[in-house]
Design a protein around this ligand. Structure first.
Ligand code: ADP
Ligand code: MG
Length: 250
């Protein structure tokens, strides 16, 4: 579902990604941990085309991102074609980024109507299902300002799911939440995983990584230092840098 080969990204003279190699199989939940500034968000943003990579290759759902291959030549895709590739990917950020002037339902239906040209009725029908799935059937007509952070984040998840993504990216989805609201969001994510969604989750929630993750990647300073099953990496880290990081967060 995702394959990265020697992915590099720099901002000005700062090398942020220094050759990322990884693979995510269909249905896999990959958790990504690592210190602040190690390039976790940048990598997710590259996968989602929010940043353009400087070198290497990135495939999502079998498509080489940003290019079309003809024979042995590569052609850069036009913006419209890039948008089509992006539509296969849902992303949830630390800050929920809901449209404040739209209800929960309005937020969930916006992209299907505007981007996909779905009818209002059809989008609302699906929107109702999705809001029920994230436990917010009773908040359909509520505006973000009237929702708790946990509820807003669940709307954000429903909104991402409304485009029927093949892959869901989560960038510290619970880091901005009050502690008592973290569980309800993780529960929704866990259900999504159980239902077979392919997910990449940047998180500090080691309990979630251990319980729900199929694999765990430790990033530091723009590289993948260590990857394995969550149990192995968390209980028996092989690299000094992983050990140091875990000793601070566990
Ligand atoms: P993480 O998510 O692991 O905390 P980030 O991917 O956000 O790390 O950032 C990695 C590094 O890239 C940091 O040093 C950050 O300052 C830098 N960085 C991220 N985005 C930009 C940008 N748009 N312009 C310049 N530097 C950036
Ligand atoms: Mg980040």
């Amino acid at each position: 579902m995702v394959k990265a080969e020697a992915v590099h990204k720099h901002f000005g003279r700062v090398d942020v990604l220094k050759g990322i190699d990884l693979e995510v199989r269909p249905g896999e939940v990959m958790c990504v941990i690592g210190p602040s500034g190690s390039g976790k968000s940048t990598f997710l943003r590259c996968v989602n085309h929010l940043e353009k990579i400087d070198a290497g290759r990135l495939w999502v759902n079998g498509h080489l991102m940003g290019y079309r291959q003809k024979g042995d030549k590569l052609y850069e895709l036009r913006d419209k074609e890039v948008s089509a590739q992006r539509r296969e990917i849902g992303m949830v950020f630390q800050r929920f980024n809901l449209f404040p002037h739209m209800t929960a339902m309005g937020n969930v239906c916006e992209a299907p109507i505007r981007v996909r040209g779905q009818s209002k009725a059809k989008a609302r029908e699906r929107g109702a299902q999705l809001l029920e799935r994230v436990g917010l059937a009773d908040k359909v007509d509520t505006y973000p300002s009237q929702l708790s952070g946990g509820q807003q984040q669940r709307v954000a998840i429903a909104r991402a799911l409304a485009m029927d993504p093949k892959l869901m990216l989560f960038d510290e989805p619970t880091s901005a939440l009050d502690p008592e609201l973290v569980g309800e969001v993780l529960e929704v994510m866990k259900q999504l995983a159980v239902d077979g969604m392919t997910m990449m989750v940047v998180t500090h929630e080691m309990g979630f990584a251990r319980e729900v993750g199929d694999s765990l990647v430790f990033m530091d300073d723009g590289i993948v230092v260590e990857k394995g099953t969550p149990g192995d990496v968390l209980s028996n880290p092989q690299h000094r840098r992983t050990q140091d990081f875990l000793s601070k967060v566990l």
